[in-house]
Design a protein around this ligand. Structure first.
Ligand code: UT7
Length: 333
């Protein structure tokens, strides 16, 4: 049986808090618009700490919360769409920072769906039995990648990291993952690196997207907000329905839903379509904003610290992201 038990959680929230009013001083926006359209009141930026520093801090907190030591970790699976190195991979950087000397390392990127993908992979490794204690981390330093000339997208995102230490459980876990690459132009961020190889061109003939010309803003996050919004509501609804069907459960069986924190209206529309009451849906978007794959583990940590993750609970994680990807996991703690 594929299943997981959460042994500990941790989070790192960077120090620089930026309110909506702060943003209104540098662009045409206001607190009322941002709160009513998104539910976001403030976000935090990592002014001068790297993505892997944030990931390592969240990891150390999760390992301590689990009552373990870094050397007890057998495998690190790290999710990020904002890594600062092509290589080494983020999991290796975390391993070095925390001293998890016995761990194998894997990095994945399915953007905001990343923690769900990582947990899904982790559950399969755990079922195999090779690894006993797995650290699943998601960390995002998005502030350098958002375009502060685009008020519709930059207000949405924040930086942060969250982690969970898990082990195998005989209680069941079911998952559903999906990719819709025909919609990838709705949300992307190009690596805008000029090459110095005299034999190749910066121009990319394989995509209809504009080519790098040294001046365009492709290196910043590009988003079709309305397109992503519509996809998100449908994709989250479908992901939960498919996972419930696989599990042979109904929505009434679910104790807690932890959705990707992209926009309060997306969460409300999807959970209303699913018929899940708001009391079962955890939301912390107001003070964190959208930290991509770090949203869900950050919620998990909030709930854990509040003592709200109890043995026997059926928990549903659901999200979507660039790709466009989506997915859900239902597991019993
Ligand atoms: O992890 C996934 C990441 N991405 C997402 O989840 C994005 C999903 N999409 C959304 O959350 C919403 O589409 C947005 C929050 C991005 C936009 O909300 P909306 O209700 O779809 O607004 P809109 O794009 O229809 O814009 C309405 C108006 C426009 O003005 P006009 O043309 O009606 O005069 C925008 O120019 O709001 C204006 N606007 C703003 N006004 C004040 C756009 N951004 C802002 C802003 N402040 N920050």
């Amino acid at each position: 049986m594929r299943g997981i038990k959460i042994l500990g959680t941790g989070v790192y929230t960077p120090e620089t808090k930026i309110t909506n009013n702060d943003l209104s001083e540098i662009m045409e926006t206001d607190n009322e618009w941002i709160v009513s359209r998104t539910g976001i009141e403030s976000r935090n930026y990592s002014k001068n700490k790297s993505n892997h520093y944030m990931a390592a801090e969240a990891s150390k907190a999760a390992i301590e919360n689990a009552g373990l030591k870094p050397e007890d970790i057998d495998l690190i699976i790290a999710s990020s769409c904002s890594t600062e190195y092509f290589y080494p991979n983020l999991a290796s950087l975390i391993q070095g920072c925390i001293g998890a000397v016995n761990a194998a390392v894997v990095e994945i990127n399915t953007a905001c769906t990343g923690f769900i993908s990582a947990l899904d992979i982790a559950s399969r490794y755990l079922m195999d039995g090779d690894y006993k204690k797995v650290l699943v981390v998601a960390s995002e330093r998005l502030a350098p990648h958002v375009d502060f000339g685009d008020r519709a997208s930059c207000i949405l995102f924040g930086d942060g990291a969250g982690a969970a230490v898990i082990e195998h459980s005989d209680k069941p876990l079911y998952s559903y993952l999906s990719g819709k690459a025909d919609k990838f132009e709705a949300l992307y961020c190009h690596i805008n690196k000029q090459n110095n190889c005299p034999y190749i061109e910066d121009k990319d003939e394989t995509t209809s997207l504009p080519a790098f010309d040294g001046e365009n803003k492709l290196e910043y996050l590009q988003m079709d907000g309305k397109g992503v919004y519509k996809f998100a509501v449908d994709a989250m609804t479908v992901a939960v329905e498919k996972t419930l069907a696989k599990a042979g459960l109904t929505k009434e069986d679910i104790d807690l839903v932890i959705p990707h924190q992209a926009n309060i209206r997306i969460i409300q529309s999807a959970t209303k379509a699913l018929g899940i009451p708001s009391e079962k849906v955890f939301v912390n978007i107001a003070n964190h904003a959208n930290t991509s794959s770090a949203c869900i583990p950050t919620c998990l940590d909030d709930l854990n610290k509040e003592g709200r993750i109890k043995d026997g609970m059926k928990i549903c994680l659901v999200g979507f992201g660039a790709g466009l990807t989506s997915g859900a996991i239902i597991f019993e703690q």
